[in-house]
Design a protein around this ligand. Structure first.
Ligand SMILES: Nc1nc2c(ncn2[C@@H]2O[C@H](COP(=O)(O)OP(=O)(O)OP(=O)(O)O)[C@@H](O)[C@H]2O)c(=O)[nH]1
Ligand SMILES: [Mg+2]
Length: 270
């Protein structure tokens, strides 16, 4: 057990993170919020990550974005925005957009993800796997504002799948990355399900950033898709827990803080 863990974690929670996130407001006055788009293979934990963030802020495990345990077609079928409630009437100033998963032969089309990045896809649009959204569709937003556009793009992949992603899915993820790069959009990677890939993490979430096995996968993912290791985060979602806990919250907040900071950098450049 000793040898499989580093003595010190290679990443820790910055101080006053929760306070920063709760008070976050884009400096750019043309934006009222920060829009975060999650993409990745089917069943990667994209919807679960939105639920995990919601759980941290609500102080209880919530299940707003539908998730599914059976593998197969993408469970998420529509383009949907999720705001995190501050109280009954107000929301935090970051919004998540959940999207259909990428698959080798079906799933969301790369063209549709590119349209979403530019803000052309209206909320509630049901993706059609055989053809992308077209300009004449009522769900096409011809004139997106800065608020409609995506400000930070997050690639979500199960950490145990990094070595077994199909060439086709990797190719699609690279295309999405290149499109985001051309638009100047900030990007990060989140590797989920660390509990399934590392027994030490399953036993204790505090081992997340000391697991050598997981760090190896972070480096592999970096080499595969070109994300620098500093932009890759490990996240164990709230999927089986009944209650929230500080240790679970901390690793979700490490990732979320960086997402918001990266998105804010993008907005400040607009
Ligand atoms: N053990 C474990 N299971 C997880 C984790 N994150 C998500 N899951 C489970 O993985 C399954 C798929 O998660 P979803 O959040 O539905 O995945 P998705 O990326 O939204 O999938 P699609 O909408 O189908 O593209 C669900 O059964 C989740 O409970 C995690 O960190 N650990
Ligand atoms: Mg989903």
């Amino acid at each position: 057990m000793e040898q499989s863990l580093f003595k010190d974690p290679w990443r820790t929670l910055p101080e006053s993170t929760l306070c920063f996130l709760k008070q976050y407001k884009p400096k750019n006055e043309r934006a009222t919020h920060l829009r975060i788009l999650l993409y990745g293979p089917v069943g990667a934990g994209k919807s679960s990550f939105i639920n995990s963030v919601d759980s941290v802020f609500q102080g209880r495990v919530t299940d707003r974005a539908p998730t599914d345990a059976t593998s197969g077609d993408s469970y998420t079928q529509k383009y949907k925005s999720y705001k995190i409630h501050k109280d009954h009437q107000s929301f935090y100033n970051f919004i998540f957009n959940d999207i259909v998963g990428l698959e080798s032969d079906k799933g969301v089309q790369v063209e549709d993800v590119k349209l979403a990045l530019k803000g052309h896809v209206k909320d509630g649009y049901r993706f059609i796997s055989c053809h992308p959204l077209n300009e004449n569709d009522i769900n096409y937003n011809p004139d997106p504002t800065l608020d409609d556009r995506v400000h930070v793009l997050v690639c979500v992949v199960p950490v145990g799948s990094v070595s077994i992603l199909s060439d086709e899915v990797v190719k699609k993820m690279r295309e999405v990355r290149e499109a985001a790069r051309d638009l100047g959009i900030s990007q990060l990677g989140i590797l989920t399900k660390p509990d399934q890939a590392c027994p030490e993490v399953k036993a204790n979430i505090k081992n997340l950033y000391t697991s050598k096995r997981l760090k190896e996968q972070v480096d592999k993912f970096s080499a595969l898709l070109g994300f620098p290791p500093k932009s890759i985060f490990l996240v164990k979602n709230y999927n089986s827990e009944d209650e929230t806990s500080d240790d679970m919250n901390a690793q979700i907040l490490i990732a979320l803080t960086k997402i918001v900071r990266f998105g804010e950098d993008f907005l400040n450049d607009q």
